[in-house]
Design a protein around this ligand. Structure first.
Ligand code: MG
Length: 295
C-alpha cells in the first residue's frame, strides 16, 4: 500500500491511498491515532497494517478525500535523524563524478561512500527547490531510491536485511556541487534548505519484490537525463544494512538514500546545472514521481 502525509483542516495527517490512486483515506477518521508517519512506523502492528489495507480499498471509508484536494507533504516531512546517503553507488555515475572533479578513477569501489544529509524539512511533490543563487551556481539533481527502516536494526545478516525494510520512496538528493567539492565533506553542499524533495508517498515493502529491480529516471524540463535501474548498485541494499548495522543501530524511521545513476547535471560537457524556472522530475517504477520547480 501507499502511505502518505498530507495537510488538511490546518493539520498534517497520515493517510493511505486507494488502489486507483485518486483518493486518500485519512487514518485519524478510521480508528488510528498516529501522530505522524514516524509514529506510524514505530507503532503500526501487523494487525493494524491489515486493517489499513482493508480501509484503503473501501472508497466509502470515513472522510475519503480526492488526492487533488489535499496538499501533499513529504511522506516523512521531518526525519528523526539525518538521512544516510550512499555516494557513488552506480558505476557510470562514479565515472562522470571523477571526470567532473578531475580525479583519477581506477574502477574499484571496494567500500561504499556514506554521508549524512541534513534535512530540517523534506519538500513534497510540487514544492519548489530554492536555487540559493545568492551563494551557489552549480545546483544539481540526483534521483534516488530511498529505503525506510521499519524496526531497529542491529547486527542484521544480509539474508535478513529486507525484514527490516518498511518501505520505499523517491528522493531528489539536490546538491550544490561547488560546496560539495570545496568543503571536502558533503554536509553543507547536500544539506541546504529545500534540498530534499521526497515522495510522493511510501510504498510498503510487501509491494516490491526484494531486491527491488525498478527503473529510475529523471527529467529536466521534459528532457530525459537519468535512466538507470536499481539492480545496478555497486553496493546493494542488503549489503548496506548488513554493514552499517554491525556497528550502528539503524533506528526505525531511518532513511537510507541509495545513490544516483549517471546523467546528473555535472556529468554533461559542459555541465547542465539547474536554474530558476527549471522543472525537475524524479521517477521510480512502481513507486511514483516527484516534480519540483526551481525558484
Ligand atoms: Mg546522492
Amino acid at each position: 500500500m501507499k502511505l502518505l502525509t498530507y495537510s488538511a483542516e490546518g493539520k498534517e495527517k497520515v493517510g493511505v491511498l486507494t488502489p486507483c490512486g485518486k483518493k486518500v483515506v485519512p487514518l485519524d477518521k478510521n480508528g488510528f491515532d498516529y501522530k505522524d508517519m514516524n509514529d506510524l512506523i514505530d507503532r503500526m502492528t501487523d494487525e493494524d497494517k491489515k486493517k489499513i489495507e482493508i480501509i484503503s480499498r473501501a472508497e466509502n471509508a470515513e472522510g475519503v478525500l480526492d488526492i487533488e484536494s489535499v496538499k501533499k507533504e513529504a511522506p516523512i516531512p521531518e526525519p528523526k535523524q539525518d538521512i544516510i546517503c550512499l555516494g557513488i553507488n552506480y558505476w557510470a555515475h562514479a565515472e562522470e563524478s571523477v571526470r567532473y572533479k578531475k580525479e583519477a578513477f581506477d574502477g574499484d569501489r571496494k567500500f561504499p561512500v556514506y554521508f549524512s544529509k541534513r534535512v530540517n524539512r523534506a519538500s513534497a511533490d510540487g514544492d519548489v527547490i530554492p536555487s540559493h543563487s545568492d551563494i551557489i551556481s552549480t545546483l544539481d539533481y540526483e534521483a534516488e531510491l530511498a529505503v525506510i527502516i521499519g524496526k531497529d536494526a542491529k547486527n542484521v545478516a544480509k539474508e535478513d536485511a529486507y525484514k527490516y525494510v518498511f518501505g520505499y520512496t523517491v528522493i531528489n538528493d539536490v546538491t550544490a556541487r561547488e560546496l560539495q567539492t570545496r568543503h571536502k565533506q558533503w554536509t553543507f553542499g547536500k544539506g541546504l534548505d529545500g534540498f530534499t524533495p521526497m515522495g510522493p508517498w511510501i510504498v510498503t515493502a510487501d509491494e516490491i519484490a526484494a531486491p527491488p529491480v525498478l527503473t529510475i529516471k529523471s527529467f529536466v524540463n521534459g528532457e530525459p537525463r537519468q535512466n538507470g535501474r536499481t539492480d545496478m548498485f555497486i553496493h546493494d541494499i542488503a549489503y548496506v544494512i548488513n554493514e552499517l548495522s554491525q556497528g550502528m543501530t539503524l533506528k526505525a524511521g531511518t532513511i537510507i538514500a541509495t545513490g544516483t545513476p549517471a546523467g546528473v547535471g555535472m556529468g554533461f560537457t559542459p555541465p547542465k546545472f539547474l536554474k530558476a524556472g527549471d522543472v525537475v522530475e524524479c521517477e521510480i517504477e512502481n513507486i511514483g514521481k516527484i516534480t519540483n520547480r526551481v525558484e
